[in-house]
Design a protein around this ligand. Structure first.
Ligand code: WQD
Length: 346
Protein backbone atom coordinates (compact mmCIF):
# COMPACT_ATOMS: atom_id res chain seq x y z
CA UNK A 1 0.00 0.00 0.00
CA UNK A 2 1.40 3.39 -1.01
CA UNK A 3 2.17 5.47 2.05
CA UNK A 4 0.70 8.96 1.54
CA UNK A 5 1.90 10.29 4.84
CA UNK A 6 5.22 11.21 6.35
CA UNK A 7 6.02 8.51 8.89
CA UNK A 8 7.64 11.05 11.17
CA UNK A 9 4.20 12.50 11.81
CA UNK A 10 3.40 13.31 15.43
CA UNK A 11 0.57 11.30 16.91
CA UNK A 12 -1.19 12.15 20.18
CA UNK A 13 -2.16 9.20 22.35
CA UNK A 14 -4.43 10.19 25.23
CA UNK A 15 -4.31 7.78 28.15
CA UNK A 16 -0.96 6.83 26.64
CA UNK A 17 0.39 5.34 29.87
CA UNK A 18 -2.65 3.15 30.40
CA UNK A 19 -3.06 -0.53 29.57
CA UNK A 20 -4.08 -0.36 25.89
CA UNK A 21 -2.60 3.11 25.39
CA UNK A 22 0.94 2.09 26.34
CA UNK A 23 0.86 -0.97 24.06
CA UNK A 24 -0.36 1.25 21.22
CA UNK A 25 2.45 3.76 21.83
CA UNK A 26 4.92 0.87 21.38
CA UNK A 27 3.34 -0.19 18.08
CA UNK A 28 3.22 3.41 16.81
CA UNK A 29 6.91 3.84 17.58
CA UNK A 30 7.64 0.51 15.89
CA UNK A 31 5.99 1.98 12.79
CA UNK A 32 8.22 5.06 12.98
CA UNK A 33 5.70 7.58 14.23
CA UNK A 34 6.67 10.30 16.70
CA UNK A 35 4.39 9.89 19.71
CA UNK A 36 3.29 12.30 22.38
CA UNK A 37 1.45 10.62 25.21
CA UNK A 38 -0.76 12.49 27.64
CA UNK A 39 -2.15 11.02 30.81
CA UNK A 40 -3.42 12.34 34.16
CA UNK A 41 -1.88 9.33 35.93
CA UNK A 42 -5.17 8.62 37.71
CA UNK A 43 -5.03 4.97 36.64
CA UNK A 44 -1.45 4.54 35.39
CA UNK A 45 2.16 5.02 36.44
CA UNK A 46 4.83 7.37 35.06
CA UNK A 47 7.18 4.33 35.15
CA UNK A 48 5.37 3.00 32.07
CA UNK A 49 7.43 5.53 30.04
CA UNK A 50 10.59 3.63 31.00
CA UNK A 51 8.95 0.33 30.10
CA UNK A 52 8.09 1.67 26.65
CA UNK A 53 11.66 2.92 26.22
CA UNK A 54 13.08 -0.47 27.19
CA UNK A 55 11.00 -2.05 24.42
CA UNK A 56 11.45 0.46 21.59
CA UNK A 57 14.61 2.28 22.63
CA UNK A 58 12.72 5.59 22.50
CA UNK A 59 10.89 7.35 25.30
CA UNK A 60 7.75 9.04 23.93
CA UNK A 61 7.12 12.71 24.65
CA UNK A 62 4.88 12.95 27.68
CA UNK A 63 2.71 15.59 29.35
CA UNK A 64 0.60 15.15 32.47
CA UNK A 65 -2.68 16.59 31.20
CA UNK A 66 -6.17 16.13 32.60
CA UNK A 67 -8.57 16.31 29.66
CA UNK A 68 -11.35 17.49 31.97
CA UNK A 69 -9.47 20.80 32.16
CA UNK A 70 -10.62 22.67 29.05
CA UNK A 71 -7.92 25.35 29.20
CA UNK A 72 -5.23 22.69 29.64
CA UNK A 73 -6.48 21.00 26.48
CA UNK A 74 -6.52 24.34 24.60
CA UNK A 75 -3.00 25.19 25.77
CA UNK A 76 -1.74 21.74 24.80
CA UNK A 77 -3.03 22.02 21.24
CA UNK A 78 -1.75 25.56 20.79
CA UNK A 79 1.68 24.30 21.87
CA UNK A 80 1.52 21.22 19.60
CA UNK A 81 0.14 22.48 16.29
CA UNK A 82 1.88 19.64 14.41
CA UNK A 83 -0.27 16.77 15.67
CA UNK A 84 -1.44 14.73 12.66
CA UNK A 85 -3.60 12.16 14.41
CA UNK A 86 -5.16 11.41 17.77
CA UNK A 87 -5.84 8.04 19.36
CA UNK A 88 -8.13 8.66 22.33
CA UNK A 89 -7.98 6.13 25.17
CA UNK A 90 -8.20 8.41 28.21
CA UNK A 91 -11.40 7.49 30.05
CA UNK A 92 -12.65 5.85 33.23
CA UNK A 93 -13.56 2.24 32.48
CA UNK A 94 -14.77 0.35 35.54
CA UNK A 95 -18.34 -0.76 34.98
CA UNK A 96 -19.19 -1.16 38.68
CA UNK A 97 -17.62 2.17 39.67
CA UNK A 98 -19.64 3.90 36.96
CA UNK A 99 -22.86 2.68 38.57
CA UNK A 100 -21.74 4.03 41.97
CA UNK A 101 -20.42 7.33 40.61
CA UNK A 102 -22.09 8.17 37.27
CA UNK A 103 -21.18 11.87 37.27
CA UNK A 104 -17.46 11.01 37.48
CA UNK A 105 -17.94 9.00 34.29
CA UNK A 106 -20.02 11.58 32.43
CA UNK A 107 -17.61 14.36 33.37
CA UNK A 108 -14.46 12.40 32.56
CA UNK A 109 -15.51 10.39 29.54
CA UNK A 110 -17.83 12.87 27.82
CA UNK A 111 -16.43 16.32 28.70
CA UNK A 112 -12.88 15.20 27.78
CA UNK A 113 -14.07 14.02 24.38
CA UNK A 114 -15.89 17.30 23.73
CA UNK A 115 -12.81 19.40 24.64
CA UNK A 116 -10.61 17.23 22.39
CA UNK A 117 -12.98 17.52 19.43
CA UNK A 118 -13.29 21.29 19.93
CA UNK A 119 -9.55 21.51 19.30
CA UNK A 120 -9.55 19.10 16.36
CA UNK A 121 -12.32 20.99 14.56
CA UNK A 122 -9.99 24.01 14.35
CA UNK A 123 -7.63 22.03 12.11
CA UNK A 124 -7.96 21.92 8.29
CA UNK A 125 -8.30 18.14 8.67
CA UNK A 126 -8.05 15.76 11.61
CA UNK A 127 -7.75 12.00 12.05
CA UNK A 128 -9.31 10.56 15.18
CA UNK A 129 -9.40 7.00 16.56
CA UNK A 130 -11.91 6.43 19.36
CA UNK A 131 -11.68 3.70 21.96
CA UNK A 132 -15.15 2.20 22.10
CA UNK A 133 -16.43 -1.09 23.44
CA UNK A 134 -18.60 -4.10 22.63
CA UNK A 135 -20.57 -3.05 25.66
CA UNK A 136 -22.60 -0.81 23.30
CA UNK A 137 -24.28 -3.96 21.98
CA UNK A 138 -25.56 -5.02 25.41
CA UNK A 139 -26.77 -8.63 25.09
CA UNK A 140 -26.76 -8.92 21.30
CA UNK A 141 -29.39 -11.19 19.81
CA UNK A 142 -27.11 -12.91 17.31
CA UNK A 143 -23.59 -14.32 17.72
CA UNK A 144 -21.02 -13.53 16.45
CA UNK A 145 -21.74 -9.83 16.77
CA UNK A 146 -21.41 -7.64 13.67
CA UNK A 147 -21.00 -3.85 13.58
CA UNK A 148 -24.58 -3.56 12.37
CA UNK A 149 -25.98 -5.25 15.47
CA UNK A 150 -28.39 -2.86 17.19
CA UNK A 151 -27.04 -0.57 19.88
CA UNK A 152 -28.99 -1.44 23.01
CA UNK A 153 -29.77 0.60 26.08
CA UNK A 154 -26.53 0.79 28.01
CA UNK A 155 -26.30 -1.47 31.06
CA UNK A 156 -24.03 0.96 32.92
CA UNK A 157 -23.06 4.65 32.84
CA UNK A 158 -19.65 3.49 31.57
CA UNK A 159 -21.29 1.78 28.60
CA UNK A 160 -23.53 4.82 28.09
CA UNK A 161 -20.51 7.13 27.87
CA UNK A 162 -19.18 4.97 25.03
CA UNK A 163 -22.51 5.16 23.21
CA UNK A 164 -22.72 8.92 23.77
CA UNK A 165 -19.12 9.28 22.59
CA UNK A 166 -19.91 7.51 19.34
CA UNK A 167 -22.96 9.72 18.80
CA UNK A 168 -21.00 12.92 19.48
CA UNK A 169 -18.29 11.88 17.00
CA UNK A 170 -20.90 11.03 14.37
CA UNK A 171 -22.71 14.38 14.76
CA UNK A 172 -19.45 16.35 14.70
CA UNK A 173 -18.20 14.52 11.59
CA UNK A 174 -21.16 15.89 9.63
CA UNK A 175 -20.06 19.49 10.06
CA UNK A 176 -16.28 19.32 10.50
CA UNK A 177 -13.26 17.88 8.73
CA UNK A 178 -12.65 15.31 11.44
CA UNK A 179 -12.36 11.79 10.04
CA UNK A 180 -12.89 9.12 12.69
CA UNK A 181 -12.73 5.40 13.26
CA UNK A 182 -14.61 3.87 16.19
CA UNK A 183 -12.95 0.71 17.49
CA UNK A 184 -15.27 -1.51 19.55
CA UNK A 185 -13.04 -3.72 21.71
CA UNK A 186 -14.17 -7.01 23.07
CA UNK A 187 -12.12 -8.16 26.09
CA UNK A 188 -8.51 -6.96 26.06
CA UNK A 189 -6.14 -9.21 28.04
CA UNK A 190 -2.45 -10.06 28.32
CA UNK A 191 0.73 -8.00 28.24
CA UNK A 192 3.62 -7.19 25.93
CA UNK A 193 5.71 -10.40 25.47
CA UNK A 194 8.75 -8.56 26.89
CA UNK A 195 6.84 -8.13 30.20
CA UNK A 196 8.09 -4.53 30.24
CA UNK A 197 4.51 -3.18 30.13
CA UNK A 198 1.15 -4.72 30.98
CA UNK A 199 -2.07 -4.20 32.90
CA UNK A 200 -1.74 -2.38 36.24
CA UNK A 201 -5.19 -2.58 37.86
CA UNK A 202 -5.44 -0.31 40.91
CA UNK A 203 -6.90 -2.07 43.95
CA UNK A 204 -9.08 -5.15 43.55
CA UNK A 205 -9.23 -6.07 39.83
CA UNK A 206 -12.69 -5.84 38.30
CA UNK A 207 -11.73 -7.87 35.23
CA UNK A 208 -11.35 -11.63 35.03
CA UNK A 209 -7.79 -12.12 33.85
CA UNK A 210 -5.96 -9.82 36.29
CA UNK A 211 -8.01 -11.39 39.09
CA UNK A 212 -6.91 -14.84 37.90
CA UNK A 213 -3.22 -13.92 37.77
CA UNK A 214 -3.36 -12.17 41.17
CA UNK A 215 -5.04 -15.25 42.67
CA UNK A 216 -2.46 -17.56 41.10
CA UNK A 217 0.43 -15.51 42.46
CA UNK A 218 -1.09 -15.45 45.95
CA UNK A 219 -2.27 -11.84 46.13
CA UNK A 220 -5.95 -12.92 46.22
CA UNK A 221 -7.22 -15.91 48.13
CA UNK A 222 -9.56 -17.21 45.44
CA UNK A 223 -11.38 -16.23 42.26
CA UNK A 224 -15.17 -15.92 42.41
CA UNK A 225 -16.78 -17.16 39.22
CA UNK A 226 -19.85 -15.00 38.72
CA UNK A 227 -22.49 -17.59 37.90
CA UNK A 228 -22.54 -21.02 36.27
CA UNK A 229 -26.24 -21.10 35.49
CA UNK A 230 -26.08 -19.23 32.18
CA UNK A 231 -27.53 -20.89 29.05
CA UNK A 232 -24.03 -21.77 27.78
CA UNK A 233 -22.33 -25.16 27.34
CA UNK A 234 -20.66 -25.10 30.76
CA UNK A 235 -23.01 -22.57 32.38
CA UNK A 236 -20.45 -19.77 32.64
CA UNK A 237 -20.53 -16.56 30.59
CA UNK A 238 -18.76 -16.32 27.26
CA UNK A 239 -16.52 -13.46 26.07
CA UNK A 240 -14.04 -12.76 23.26
CA UNK A 241 -10.62 -12.34 24.86
CA UNK A 242 -8.17 -10.49 22.61
CA UNK A 243 -4.44 -10.03 23.20
CA UNK A 244 -3.70 -6.37 23.94
CA UNK A 245 -0.83 -6.34 21.39
CA UNK A 246 -3.20 -7.49 18.65
CA UNK A 247 -5.54 -4.72 19.73
CA UNK A 248 -2.73 -2.15 19.69
CA UNK A 249 -1.70 -3.13 16.16
CA UNK A 250 -5.27 -2.62 14.97
CA UNK A 251 -5.12 0.99 16.20
CA UNK A 252 -2.03 1.71 14.11
CA UNK A 253 -3.63 0.15 11.03
CA UNK A 254 -6.82 2.17 11.58
CA UNK A 255 -4.79 5.39 11.94
CA UNK A 256 -2.81 4.62 8.77
CA UNK A 257 -6.13 4.10 6.95
CA UNK A 258 -7.18 7.63 7.86
CA UNK A 259 -3.77 9.18 7.14
CA UNK A 260 -3.80 7.45 3.75
CA UNK A 261 -7.33 8.78 3.15
CA UNK A 262 -8.59 5.25 2.52
CA UNK A 263 -11.66 5.64 4.70
CA UNK A 264 -14.91 5.36 2.75
CA UNK A 265 -16.94 7.36 5.27
CA UNK A 266 -16.24 10.19 7.73
CA UNK A 267 -16.95 7.72 10.58
CA UNK A 268 -16.16 4.02 10.25
CA UNK A 269 -16.74 1.36 12.90
CA UNK A 270 -14.87 -1.91 13.50
CA UNK A 271 -15.26 -4.71 16.02
CA UNK A 272 -11.92 -5.82 17.44
CA UNK A 273 -11.98 -9.35 18.78
CA UNK A 274 -10.66 -12.79 17.89
CA UNK A 275 -14.04 -14.03 16.65
CA UNK A 276 -13.90 -16.86 19.18
CA UNK A 277 -15.89 -16.99 22.40
CA UNK A 278 -14.45 -18.51 25.57
CA UNK A 279 -16.32 -19.24 28.80
CA UNK A 280 -14.98 -18.30 32.22
CA UNK A 281 -14.26 -21.98 32.97
CA UNK A 282 -12.46 -22.35 29.65
CA UNK A 283 -10.28 -19.35 30.54
CA UNK A 284 -9.52 -20.88 33.94
CA UNK A 285 -8.61 -24.23 32.35
CA UNK A 286 -6.42 -22.52 29.75
CA UNK A 287 -4.69 -20.53 32.49
CA UNK A 288 -4.04 -23.67 34.58
CA UNK A 289 -2.48 -25.23 31.49
CA UNK A 290 -0.14 -22.32 30.69
CA UNK A 291 0.79 -21.64 34.33
CA UNK A 292 1.00 -25.32 35.20
CA UNK A 293 -0.81 -24.68 38.48
CA UNK A 294 -4.33 -25.19 39.85
CA UNK A 295 -6.37 -22.04 40.34
CA UNK A 296 -8.37 -21.64 43.55
CA UNK A 297 -11.90 -20.57 42.58
CA UNK A 298 -15.48 -20.85 43.72
CA UNK A 299 -18.77 -20.49 41.89
CA UNK A 300 -20.90 -17.64 43.26
CA UNK A 301 -23.99 -15.79 42.02
CA UNK A 302 -24.18 -13.83 38.79
CA UNK A 303 -22.76 -10.28 38.65
CA UNK A 304 -25.32 -7.54 38.01
CA UNK A 305 -25.16 -6.23 34.44
CA UNK A 306 -23.20 -9.12 32.93
CA UNK A 307 -24.30 -10.36 29.53
CA UNK A 308 -24.51 -14.08 28.77
CA UNK A 309 -22.24 -14.06 25.77
CA UNK A 310 -20.42 -11.62 23.49
CA UNK A 311 -17.95 -12.48 20.77
CA UNK A 312 -17.09 -10.62 17.59
CA UNK A 313 -17.76 -11.15 13.93
CA UNK A 314 -14.38 -9.88 12.71
CA UNK A 315 -15.04 -10.05 8.94
CA UNK A 316 -15.10 -6.25 8.53
CA UNK A 317 -11.79 -5.67 10.32
CA UNK A 318 -10.24 -8.65 8.52
CA UNK A 319 -11.30 -7.58 5.02
CA UNK A 320 -11.35 -3.78 5.21
CA UNK A 321 -8.58 -3.07 7.72
CA UNK A 322 -6.62 -6.13 6.66
CA UNK A 323 -6.16 -6.90 10.36
CA UNK A 324 -6.66 -10.19 12.18
CA UNK A 325 -5.88 -11.12 15.79
CA UNK A 326 -2.80 -13.38 15.82
CA UNK A 327 -2.54 -14.57 19.42
CA UNK A 328 -4.43 -17.47 20.93
CA UNK A 329 -6.14 -17.34 24.31
CA UNK A 330 -3.32 -19.44 25.77
CA UNK A 331 -0.64 -17.09 24.42
CA UNK A 332 -2.46 -14.08 25.83
CA UNK A 333 -2.86 -15.76 29.24
CA UNK A 334 0.80 -16.77 29.21
CA UNK A 335 1.84 -13.14 28.63
CA UNK A 336 -0.47 -12.01 31.45
CA UNK A 337 1.09 -14.59 33.79
CA UNK A 338 4.65 -13.60 32.80
CA UNK A 339 3.77 -9.95 33.51
CA UNK A 340 2.21 -10.76 36.91
CA UNK A 341 5.38 -12.63 37.91
CA UNK A 342 7.55 -9.75 36.69
CA UNK A 343 5.73 -7.02 38.65
CA UNK A 344 5.69 -9.16 41.79
CA UNK A 345 9.43 -9.85 41.29
CA UNK A 346 8.82 -13.56 41.29
C1 WQD B 1 -15.42 -11.21 31.96
C2 WQD B 1 -16.20 -12.44 32.45
C3 WQD B 1 -17.57 -11.98 34.37
C4 WQD B 1 -14.33 -11.13 37.15
C5 WQD B 1 -15.92 -5.25 30.83
C6 WQD B 1 -16.49 -4.06 30.10
C7 WQD B 1 -15.81 -3.91 28.77
C8 WQD B 1 -14.34 -3.79 29.01
C9 WQD B 1 -13.84 -5.08 29.66
C10 WQD B 1 -13.17 -1.79 29.56
C11 WQD B 1 -17.63 -12.11 32.86
C12 WQD B 1 -16.47 -12.97 34.71
C13 WQD B 1 -15.06 -11.44 36.01
C14 WQD B 1 -14.34 -12.03 38.25
C15 WQD B 1 -15.77 -13.51 37.01
N1 WQD B 1 -14.10 -2.67 29.84
N2 WQD B 1 -15.75 -12.61 35.95
N3 WQD B 1 -15.06 -13.19 38.13
O1 WQD B 1 -17.46 -7.51 32.07
O2 WQD B 1 -16.95 -8.80 29.94
O3 WQD B 1 -16.24 -6.43 30.12
O4 WQD B 1 -14.51 -5.19 30.94
O5 WQD B 1 -12.46 -1.68 28.62
O6 WQD B 1 -16.29 -2.75 28.13
O7 WQD B 1 -17.86 -4.27 29.86
O8 WQD B 1 -15.09 -8.14 31.49
O9 WQD B 1 -13.27 -9.26 32.71
O10 WQD B 1 -15.06 -8.03 34.03
O11 WQD B 1 -15.61 -10.19 32.93
O12 WQD B 1 -16.40 -14.57 36.92
O13 WQD B 1 -13.72 -11.79 39.33
O14 WQD B 1 -15.56 -12.91 33.64
O15 WQD B 1 -18.78 -12.34 35.00
O16 WQD B 1 -18.44 -13.22 32.53
P1 WQD B 1 -16.56 -7.78 30.94
P2 WQD B 1 -14.70 -8.87 32.86
Amino acid sequence: MQCLYNKKMKILVTGGLGFIGSHTVVELQNEGFEVIAIDNLSNSSIDVLDGIERITGKKPLFENIDLRNKSAVENFFSKHQDISGVIHFAASKAVGESVENPLLYYENNVNSLVYLLQELQKKPEAHFIFSSSCTVYGQAEKMPITESAPIQTAMSPYGNTKQIGEEIITDVAKVTNINSILLRYFNPIGAHPSAEIGELPLGVPQNLVPFITQTAIGLREKLSVFGNDYPTPDGTAIRDYIHVVDLAKAHVIALQRLLNKQNSEKVETFNLGTGTGSSVLEVINAFEKVSNQKLNYQIVGRREGDVIEAYANTDKANTILGWKAQSTLEEALKSAWKWENKIRNK
